[in-house]
Design a protein around this ligand. Structure first.
Ligand code: NAD
Length: 265
């Protein structure tokens, strides 16, 4: 089977990827399947998921999909239970589901949409971690990959809900990583760079300068996700990693102190 990055094999592993119906999540599902991993893809909308499942089946028989809104704890529990029933366990969780939220001056944003952005991007990430962690803790290993985004490292005016939610996801990642460090569970957060997806196009309509950064595919985040899901990254946890950094060359000394984190003032 063709795999773009044979150095990051995931044979025998089971991954759960949220927001898998399109964009970056779809690409991660395909790349994990190519790497030999069983994959459960979840997303809020059922129809596009069915299409993606067909696509993945051309690569592997070890794939499944389930509709799940990550803001509902009962749906998240059902997703985790279904994944364990289907594949026996979970080794990798990717909290990719996300929304852009309201665009415009903060004081003009719709308050309900602002709150919903925090619920999907931050609370959804928390709920999935909370439900999957008992599986990881009982085995004594696991990988969590969260998704940061514009505004996590720098202010992004007119996207305040998105920025606040993603900065919080980074600090949540660092905190959780410290809590589970002694259980051989690694928790990292990736900044996937600019990728040509529905979310990106919506942001670019409001801010056309973003189009200048557009690489046109989702392969960089897929490669980083395969690395973070594989044993090659066992020495990395609690880090905020951009796709364009030379993360596959980092040594213990590169990772000393608070590098690749939300820096303290
Ligand atoms: P997208 O809009 O193309 O896809 C988002 C996915 O999340 C869809 O499958 C959608 O169904 C799902 N989703 C949304 N709300 C959900 C909910 N409540 N429950 C379950 N699933 C839900 O977005 P994308 O560009 O592929 O982004 C994926 C992730 O990467 C997001 O977290 C985003 O913030 C982050 N990101 C993207 C870019 C980019 O350039 N595209 C840049 C930085 C960060």
């Amino acid at each position: 089977m063709r795999q773009a990055w044979p150095e990051f094999r995931l044979d025998g592993k089971v991954a759960l990827v949220t927001g898998g119906s399109r964009g970056i999540g779809r690409r991660l599902g395909l790349s994990f399947a190519e790497a030999g991993c069983a994959v459960m893809l979840a997303a809020r909308d059922a129809n596009p998921l069915t299409e993606v499942e067909k696509e993945l089946r051309a690569v592997s028989s070890q794939v499944a999909t389930l509709q799940c809104d990550v803001t509902h704890s009962d749906q998240v529990k059902a997703l985790v239970d279904a994944t364990v029933r289907r594949f026996g366990t979970i080794h990798i969780l990717v909290n990719n589901a996300g929304i852009l939220g309201p665009i415009g001056p903060t004081w003009e944003n719709d308050a309900k949409q602002w709150e919903e952005t925090i619920r999907v991007n931050l609370v959804g990430t928390y709920l999935c971690c909370r439900e999957v962690l008992p599986v990881f803790l009982s085995r004594g290993s696991g990988k969590i990959i969260n998704l940061a985004g514009g505004g996590a490292a720098f202010p992004w005016p007119r996207f305040s809900a998105y920025s606040a939610s993603k900065a919080a996801v980074v600090r949540f990642t660092e905190t959780l990583a410290a809590e589970v460090k002694d259980h051989h569970i690694q928790v990292n957060v990736m900044a996937p760079g600019a990728n040509d997806t529905e979310m990106f196009r919506k942001a670019a309509e409001a801010e056309p300068r973003l189009l200048a950064d557009l690489p046109g595919d989702t392969l960089k985040p897929a490669r980083l996700a395969c690395f973070l899901a594989s044993e090659a990254s066992d020495h990395i946890t609690g880090r905020f990693i951009h796709v364009d950094q030379n993360w596959d060359e980092w040594t213990e000394s590169d990772l000393a102190g608070d590098r690749f984190t939300l820096r303290r003032v």
